[in-house]
Ligand binder design. Structure first.
Ligand code: GTA
Length: 150
């Protein structure tokens, strides 16, 4: 199982611009981490639903819902912290791409949760990607924030 993720390029396509270290340190953190990021969630999906789905991979230490920094309501992502690396890898391998609340979710290795990372970083308070979206997505607040302003 672990061998699947030995190729660093396959660990994650995401690079956190706010990671406080070098690229090498970022990659080492991803390799050892027991935290996953869940993306493309509905704003209406609850922590209980996340708990139920991700418990299938293993025992969960903590769930942190991603919140809009203005409204303090869920904005379509979360972090799931496991106890074991094996369970973390199982979550990425088996749960990524599965359907939660009618949406295919994306499960990504994460370098580790720190206070502040639960907030959307977009100018309008939600996720950056919801600023740029041009489609209508009822599960994520309708049109993208920039389109709504037009
Ligand atoms: N592990 O894939 C991820 C991931 N994402 C997308 C967000 N987080 C992730 N963690 C992992 N894997 O803690 C984490 C962040 C933070 C929290 C909220 O979720 O580390 P965010 O989604 O609001 O902001 O984060 P983030 O991640 O900084 O934004 P993103 O998507 O990488 O965008 C960064 C840059 O790309 C910006 O400069 C933006 O201008 C540009 N950009 C993004 N989307 C578009 C677009 N559609 N068009 C043009 N430019 C774009």
């Amino acid at each position: 199982m672990a061998s699947l993720f030995k190729d660093l390029n396959k660990l994650s396509a995401y690079r956190d611009r706010r990671f406080p270290g070098t690229q090498d340190e970022f990659e080492q953190a991803l390799l050892a981490s027991t935290t996953v990021y869940i993306g493309n969630m509905s704003f209406y999906t609850t922590e209980e639903q996340v708990y139920e789905l991700f418990s299938r991979a293993g025992e969960i230490k903590k769930i942190i819902m991603g919140l809009d920094k203005n409204s303090k309501t869920p904005c379509g992502f979360c972090f799931v912290l496991f106890y074991s690396r094996e369970d973390t890898e199982d979550a990425v391998k088996y749960i990524s791409g599965t359907i939660l609340d009618d949406r295919p979710i994306r499960v990504d290795f994460d370098w580790g949760f720190q206070e502040g990372r639960q907030w959307g970083r977009g100018r309008s308070g939600g996720q950056v990607r919801d600023e740029y979206r041009t489609d209508y997505d009822p599960g994520r607040g309708g049109y993208g924030k920039l389109v709504q302003k037009e």
